[in-house]
Design a protein around this ligand. Structure first.
Ligand code: HXC
Length: 258
């Protein structure tokens, strides 16, 4: 499929999506969001893919929603369109794992898209922020909600009310990113992590992801109950028996469902 705003490739059971609108620092225009949704849906349905990576350029993961596209909108329009629509949530709804590989700016909607992914690997030059307050609005795709759950109230308030940027070290310290790597190692590291994930049993990986995600949506006791039930469900899979047998026989597991 030909895309205008993204690049898409498959490598080692990994689906790589590169945001590619360099002249606007990957600002998330409607066309880009639409293409991102199409690419994610195709990878989700593709049996040869076990993990996705979303990245941008060295200068910008994405500098936010497209401000120039938003300028002319009024309340009636954004309310009727339910802007931001579900198209934006496509990454958050994907059942296969998604890694965000972030270099440069991840601001506003860019930071929100990164937070929709399952984890973020950041380059040393990464800068995260929710600067919407500086242009007269507030985050609209999870910036006040996901960021607060991830980094806590104090830092989320600081980011949303001052609009300041956070560098990669601060983002790692507060748990927004899982690891920080040199800029020139970002893709190598992200693709290796994704290939490792994609090398496991796909149904077990999806169950693990669903269980971690559940912790955001429910109480501890309900979450623990859910975890135990889906843990039990792995015992219905050939891959659970194969994994444990391979360990006992000191060999590599030969997964049936990948
Ligand atoms: C549209 C954008 C853009 C954006 C950058 N550009 N960010 N266009 N929407 N969000 C464009 C610039 O207009 C410029 O194009 C080109 O990209 C390069 O940007 P510069 O500003 O010249 O680069 P630089 O001086 O290096 O500054 C980089 C920057 C700055 C600090 C990232 O561009 C910036 O502050 N951008 C806006 C960040 C922001 O406020 N994001 C939140 C958006 S609101 P031209 O053609 O002029 O050269 C949002 C709401 C989400 O995300 C709500 C739910 C989705």
């Amino acid at each position: 499929m030909a895309y205008e705003y993204i690049l898409v490739e498959k490598r080692d059971r990994v689906g790589l999506i590169t945001l590619n609108r360099p002249e606007a620092l990957n600002a998330l225009c409607a066309g880009l969001i639409d293409e991102l949704g199409q690419a994610v849906a195709l990878f989700e349905a593709d049996d040869e893919i076990g993990c996705l990576v979303v990245t941008g350029s060295e200068r910008a993961f994405a500098a936010g929603a497209d401000i120039k596209e938003m300028i002319g909108k009024d309340f009636q329009q954004v309310y009727r369109e339910d802007f931001i629509t579900d198209d934006w949530e496509v990454l958050a709804k994907t059942r296969k794992p998604v890694i965000a590989a972030v270099a440069g700016y991840a601001l506003g909607g860019g930071c929100e898209v990164a937070m929709m992914c399952d984890f973020i690997i950041a380059a040393e030059n990464a800068k995260f922020g929710q600067p919407e307050i500086t242009i007269g609005t507030i985050p609209g795709a999870g910036g006040t909600q996901r960021l607060t759950r991830i980094v806590g109230k104090s830092k989320a308030m600081d980011m949303c009310l001052t609009g300041r940027m956070m560098d990669a070290d601060e983002a790692e310290r507060c748990g927004l990113v899982s690891r920080v790597v040199p800029v020139d190692k970002l893709m190598e590291e992200a693709m290796a992590a994704a290939a490792k994930i994609a090398g496991h049993s796909l149904p077990v990986t999806m169950i693990a992801k669903e269980s971690v995600d559940r912790s955001y949506e429910t109480t501890l006791s309900e979450g623990l109950r859910f975890e135990r039930r889906v843990f039990h469900s792995t015992f219905a899979l050939d891959d659970r028996r194969e994994g444990m047998t391979a360990f006992a026989e000191k060999r590599k597991a030969d997964w049936k469902h990948r």
